[in-house]
Design a protein around this ligand. Structure first.
Ligand SMILES: [Zn+2]
Length: 349
């Protein structure tokens, strides 16, 4: 794209740099804001698929067959669809169970007794057909888009990448398919959108290798956490740090080393995302101001302080290190207007 040969540019946007630095200091100190609960998109009533109840192995067989919905001949007929002529089935494995008497040891009494229980005695192959090999009544289409789109959502489209929200199988939150230029999201959590967007953009710098490559994962996760900081989604940093540590084999020191090693790539990815965003998309970021009820150590009176979400991160660090003798008691209000925050508060930090 005409960028080859140009020297790496220094990131112009101070905000990006600032957020990244804050994130790194949080990782270093291990002092992270409280984690938010992660969520998954649940399949809605009327959109259930038989494969939702399959074993992981069978679902893998289905994905390998290149589909996200496979059913038996009769199961397709039941929803008004017919298997196309000449379509080939693929097979999943179903356990064969029999009821057998098994000996159970009662841990309390130490006695043995017999009980009838289903026991797997073997497996049989069940032929199933891909949705793509059927025709007939369309399946109900359910919109799984989040009620509010994540920040920088349009950046994906501008880079020619499709984004799709759908229920997953619970084993992962999202994926990026370079061949299809598609991001699949099984959660509405913004961090996952940022993570997959980072993979997609990283892929434009150097082609991604298949599977879970630690370097690629650390780049994507660091980018995602930085963007979360910028947009005020502070509760994801904890999850990010756990993920990065896991990529580096569990050791915090190794994890930090790995983050430092890939920092250039992180900045390059962030810069490209930033370039693809329009001014309004960039403009909304980081401008959340919070008003806290605070108290000085050893004093009874409380007062209101206003600060940006970014400032709050570093302030919490200062408090934790004992450099600031204030306590934040209660979040009173949030606003995007700094002047409003100032008017509401007794002071600004
Ligand atoms: Zn990833």
């Amino acid at each position: 794209m005409g960028r080859a040969g140009t020297p790496p540019r220094i990131m112009k946007e101070e905000r990006l740099r600032e957020a990244l630095e804050k994130l790194l200091s949080m990782f270093k100190s291990g002092n992270l804001p409280p984690a938010v609960a992660r969520t998954m998109i649940r399949r809605q009533a009327g959109d259930e698929r038989p494969s939702d109840k399959w074993s992981l192995g069978n679902r893998l067989l289905m994905y390998l067959a290149g589909t996200e919905d496979a059913r038996g001949f009769r199961q397709w007929e039941e929803v008004g669809r017919h298997v196309k002529k000449g379509a080939k089935a693929f097979h999943i494995l179903a356990p064969l169970t029999k009821t057998r008497k098994v000996k159970i040891r009662d841990p309390e009494r130490g006695e043995e007794r017999e009980e009838e229980r289903p026991v797997i005695v073997g497996f049989r192959f069940i032929p199933v057909f891909r949705l793509e090999d059927t025709e007939g009544k369309p399946l109900p289409e359910i919109n799984y888009m989040p009620p509010e789109l994540p920040p920088l959502f349009d950046v994906a489209a501008r880079l020619g990448i499709k984004v799709r929200y759908s229920p997953g199988d619970g084993s992962y939150y999202g994926s990026f398919q370079p061949g299809l230029k598609r991001i699949n999201l099984h959660t509405h959590d913004v961090k996952t959108y940022f993570h997959e967007l980072a993979h997609a953009v990283h892929n434009t710098i150097r082609p991604l290798v298949g599977g879970q490559d630690p370097v690629q994962e650390v780049v994507a996760e660091t980018v995602a956490c930085t963007l979360c900081e910028i947009y005020g989604y502070t509760g994801y940093a904890w999850h990010g740090w756990q993920y990065i540590k896991a990529c580096a084999g569990g050791e915090p020191k190794q994890a930090l080393k790995l983050v430092m090693k890939v920092l250039c790539e992180v900045e390059e990815v962030l810069e490209r995302i930033w370039e693809a965003a329009n001014p309004e998309e960039r403009g909304v970021c980081g401008l959340t101001y919070r008003i806290w009820e605070a108290q000085n150590a050893g004093e009874d009176t409380t007062y209101l302080v206003a600060m940006s979400a970014m400032r709050e991160i570093s302030l919490r660090e200062e408090i934790a290190r004992g450099e600031r003798l204030i306590r934040l008691l209660r979040l009173v209000a949030e606003t995007e207007d700094r002047n409003r925050a100032r008017r509401m508060a007794d002071c600004e930090i």
